[in-house]
Design a binder for this molecule. Structure first.
Ligand code: BGC
Length: 337
């Protein structure tokens, strides 16, 4: 009944957007616990975002908090902004968001904050939006880590192509910045191709662009896959060109697909983020803000300086079992590999 009411409010406000929303939620009451609804906003349909959602739900359930999770099909900052507006219209208690483009999403976050709806950025920061805090990877540092792994793998020589899902989201830009800086400084024998392949988080486009690049650059030595969809897309393109072992693949993320490709040698190394913890810690932070106010919440969660670093792990074929143990230790569920 309440769900029906909320959907009716959204429809009346013309705010229903396409994409993937799981569980419409009733209007929120403040104060935490029953009646508290937190909106989770991801960037595209991908198993990476399923893990974020699971982290949010696992943290929410024991506290009696409801989660409404939404992702557009692929990168779409306008739909993200519309979704935030619809959440503001029904009065959710808090928003955990990942902006595909901070310029487009930022004003909606500012407006939510002005209406006393606490907003926390996850996965990709949007510091100018007025968000309370950021929970996720230190993307600049993680980009540097990827560069060192790739630089060593190539023994300091060869041509590298960067492939990403976005040139507006800050996580992608920061990874690329860190990656290029380290290669320029410590691996002068490596050339980064000037053209970055951009797919707007569309897997088919990612694969097709990687294939075209392999055909255009016969001496390509490696791909750097910036987003979760890029590593597998590049690895498939390399395989179908019969160049496995000749073109190396270093990428971000460790979904089941990445792990299986690492095991079979299609991906050489992955920088594993912790999307489950982004969802879990992001939700815990928002729940505390709702209960105790921002100052106490930021202090208690160690986010005093405005960010919670969820950390990364480097995983190569030989590290797979140690990585499984590491995830267990961190309380992160492992599925499908
Ligand atoms: C990024 C996300 C992105 C996901 C799926 C991850 O590496 O952190 O921002 O949406 O990949 O492509």
């Amino acid at each position: 009944m309440l769900q029906v009411r909320m959907l009716a409010v959204l429809a009346a406000a013309g705010l229903m957007v396409s994409g993937c929303a799981r569980e419409a939620a009733p209007p929120a009451a403040s104060g935490g616990g029953s009646g508290t609804v937190i909106g989770g906003l991801g960037k595209s349909i991908h198993p990476f975002w399923d893990q974020v959602e699971k982290g949010m739900r696992d943290a929410a359930e024991p506290q009696g908090i409801q989660v409404e999770f939404y992702v557009p099909t692929k990168e779409d900052a306008r739909k993200q902004a519309e979704k935030i507006k619809s959440w503001v219209a029904v009065g959710v208690s808090g928003i955990l968001f990942a902006a595909s483009d901070p310029e487009t999403v930022g004003p909606a976050i500012k407006d939510a904050t002005a209406r006393n709806i606490p907003c926390v950025a996850m996965d990709t920061d949007a510091p100018d939006s007025g968000r309370l805090a950021y929970v996720g990877t230190d993307n600049y540092e993680a980009g540097k880590v990827a560069a060192r792994v790739l630089g060593d793998l190539l023994k300091g020589k060869g041509k590298v192509c960067i492939a990403t899902g976005s040139l507006t989201a800050s996580n992608s830009l920061e990874r690329i910045r860190g990656f290029k800086e380290v290669l320029a400084k410590d691996y002068p024998g490596i050339t980064v191709l000037p053209e970055i392949l951009v797919d707007n988080e569309d897997r088919a486009v990612a694969e097709q662009k990687a294939k075209a690049k392999i055909a255009a650059e016969p001496d390509l030595a490696a791909f750097f896959g910036v987003y979760a969809l890029n590593g597998p897309a590049c690895a498939n393109a390399v395989k179908s060109a019969g160049k496995q072992g000749k073109i190396r693949v270093v990428c971000f993320d460790t979904t089941a697909e990445h792990m299986n490709m690492l095991k079979s040698g299609m991906i050489d190394a992955a920088v594993g983020q912790r999307p489950y913890l982004m969802g879990k810690k992001g939700l815990e932070l928002l729940a505390l803000v709702i209960k105790k106010g921002p100052e106490d919440a930021l202090r208690e969660t160690g986010a005093k300086d405005g960010s919670v670093d969820t950390g990364v792990d480097v995983v190569r074929r030989q590290d797979v079992e140690a990585y499984r143990a590491r995830l267990k230790e961190l309380g992160i569920p492992v599925e499908g590999w």
